[in-house]
Ligand binder design. Structure first.
Ligand SMILES: Nc1ncnc2c1ncn2[C@@H]1O[C@H](COP(=O)(O)OP(=O)(O)O)[C@@H](O)[C@H]1O
Ligand SMILES: CC(C)(COP(=O)(O)O)[C@@H](O)C(=O)O
Length: 257
């Protein structure tokens, strides 16, 4: 295969996990932003992510600006890249990827969001593509300043912060669904990150920087939404917290390029 597959990343702002007896109906409801993305090159006989070998089997080299394990849904990107090599670019591949995510304990709603495409993706019914339901809302022309705060294991995070996620997640979903808009997403994502404990050590104060429209943190990722002309200043202000990436908000979906 000579073509490369473009796969956007996804950073949930808030979510409520929903577990059931089947992987197909297990997932999460909530909302998140697509960012990106990664490129999968199909050759060789192993899967790698930014040069690190993950497993022998499908030949897929994944190159991404974002690190694996921080909360950019890197694990969903890997599962999608592998499943498309086996099943082609269609719903079946995304169903396979969702099932792998649930079985590995590395994700719940990321594959459904990436399959849906768009900018702000809202998951209203949990599960694999075709079972779960989601829709996308447009985003304003802002820049996202993304910061790699720390690596954290997804299954560990879901276990350790379980009660807070359930409580803050259902409140955020209820509040957001009363008025689903980009602004209301930013407000509920901020409150969710504070309540779950993702926004510690002065991170919340970054909201006061000039040009900042909103921010939230998820696992080990901080996303700051900034007016275009202030993006450089905000980037300089957050350098001390970790690796920094800039991305323009826009419509994204999985495509061959
Ligand atoms: N689909 C996959 N195939 C192989 N290994 C994977 C896959 N998904 C995740 N991993 C492993 O799990 C770890 C990261 O998973 P996770 O914490 O969920 O990442 P992220 O937050 O980027 O989605 C990686 O270190 C990698 O070794
Ligand atoms: C938050 C999470 C359960 C995991 O996301 P990640 O750590 O990026 O794999 C996600 O899949 C979701 O349902 O919103």
């Amino acid at each position: 295969m000579n073509r490369r597959l473009f796969i956007p990343h996804h950073v949930t702002g808030f979510w409520t996990p929903v577990y059931s007896e089947s992987e197909l109906t297990t997932g999460s409801i909530g909302a998140g932003i697509l960012l990106g993305g990664a490129l999968a090159f199909y050759h060789g006989d192993y899967v790698s992510y930014n040069g690190a070998m993950l497993e022998v089997g499908v030949g897929a080299r994944i190159a991404s600006p974002f690190p694996l394990g921080y909360g950019y849904a890197g694990s969903a990107v890997v599962s999608i890249a592998k499943a498309v090599a086996e099943a082609g670019l269609g719903r079946e591949a995304f169903v396979k990827a969702h099932v792998e995510e649930v079985l590995r304990g590395t994700g719940l709603g990321d594959v459904l969001a990436i399959y849906t495409g768009g900018c702000l993706v809202v998951r209203t019914r949990p599960g694999a593509p075709g079972v779960g339901e989601a829709f996308s809302l447009p985003c304003p022309g802002l820049i996202v300043v993304a910061v790699d705060l720390r690596r954290e294991d997804t299954s560990e995070m879901l276990k350790m912060r379980r009660d807070a996620i359930l409580e803050a997640g259902s409140e955020a979903v209820r509040g957001f669904m009363r008025n689903p808009s980009f602004e209301s997403f930013l407000e509920h994502a901020y409150l969710f990150s504070k309540r779950v404990g993702f926004l510690s050590g002065g991170l919340a104060d970054l909201r006061r920087l000039p040009g900042v429209v909103g921010l939230y943190a998820k696992k080990g990722v901080l996303l700051i939404f900034v007016e275009r002309d202030k993006a450089r200043d905000v980037t300089e202000a957050v350098r001390g917290f970790g690796g920094v990436h800039l991305a323009a908000l826009g419509e994204l979906r999985v495509t061959w390029i």
